[in-house]
Write a protein that binds this ligand. Structure first.
Ligand SMILES: C[S@@+](CC[C@H](N)C(=O)[O-])C[C@H]1O[C@@H](n2cnc3c(N)ncnc32)[C@H](O)[C@@H]1O
Length: 266
């Protein structure tokens, strides 16, 4: 009998946060998640070039991670992390509160410090802790995905590997992008990192659903959701083939702007 794919509510009990962090986020140079250095390099370039403006940033579906916030926190002063599963929110809070059992992000900080031409990772850690104002729940299946909070008007939203995990059909994906769009102010930016041509992924032997997407599906859904100036790149990796890549799947990184008066989410 085919294994049942885990999705939605299963994240709360079956997502092995520690395993996910250990295998994907111990060291960006050798991460099981191929293209991680590509993502970190691009985020560094986007923020340091002044392309991303404004003080308010939402990370939607942050999981137990903070890697996308490190470059941003040099330029953005008010970050909200929204995450669906309580176990993942707890992990971020552990890191925020200097809990000795929190995941060790030193290698990631060191990598980004290299990009910034710095060696002072202590002040970078303080910078992220200072900018990250709150960790709140989210659910893309709610009309207001940040319920019970009513925050919107974010200057920038980052979302990494979330909608393909949370959505079951292209229709659901399109509707979810509109909901994400409803959280961004007119003219604000969406930065989305995602998975292409995969229908599942595995965390510690448990297989999770992933919506099979082609690049055109993503672009079409973004246009319908009111995003313009869509710049999509298929990610490359600079890892040596000899460094084993557990995850060979194709990833994309898209940056786009929310159109003025884009249609409302339903
Ligand atoms: C593969 S993890 C990605 C985590 C992190 N953003 C990263 O890049 O490593 C998929 C994420 O989707 C979230 N997710 C699953 N169902 C969701 C839903 N209905 N609404 C919002 N997020 C959801 C999970 O809680 C999990 O954090």
């Amino acid at each position: 009998m085919a294994e049942e794919l885990k999705h939605g509510p299963n994240y709360k009990e079956h997502f092995d946060t520690q395993f996910y962090l250990r295998s994907n986020y111990s060291d960006p140079r050798t991460s099981g998640l191929s293209n991680l250095t590509y993502l970190l390099d691009k985020l560094h370039t986007m923020f340091s070039s002044g392309q991303i403006k404004g003080a308010k940033l939402l990370e939607f579906g942050t999981g137990p991670t903070i890697h996308t916030l490190i470059s941003a926190s040099k330029y953005v002063t008010d970050i909200t992390c929204a995450e669906y599963a309580e176990c993942n929110r707890n992990e971020i809070n552990k890191w925020l509160q200097w809990d000795k059992d929190a995941h060790d992000w030193t290698e990631t900080f060191q990598y980004i410090a290299g990009l910034e031409g710095s060696r002072d990772i202590k002040s970078m850690e303080l910078r992220v802790r200072g900018a990250l104002k709150q960790v709140i729940p989210c659910d893309i299946n709610l009309k207001n995905p940040l319920h019970p909070f009513t925050y919107s008007n974010y200057d920038t939203t980052i979302s990494s590997l979330v909608l393909e995990s949370a959505c079951h059909t292209l229709d659901h994906y399109g509707k979810s992008l509109k909901r994400i769009g409803s959280l961004i102010k007119d003219g604000g930016k969406l930065i989305m990192y995602g998975l292409l041509k995969e229908s599942s992924y595995m965390v510690n032997g448990v297989t999770f659903h992933s919506l099979y997407l082609e690049a055109d599906d993503v672009i079409r859904a973004l246009k319908n959701a009111g995003f313009i100036r869509i710049d999509m790149k298929i990610c490359e990796t600079d890892l040596e083939p000899s460094i084993s890549k557990i995850d060979e799947s194709e990833k994309f990184l898209v940056v786009c702007d929310k159109r003025e008066n884009a249609c409302r989410a339903k």
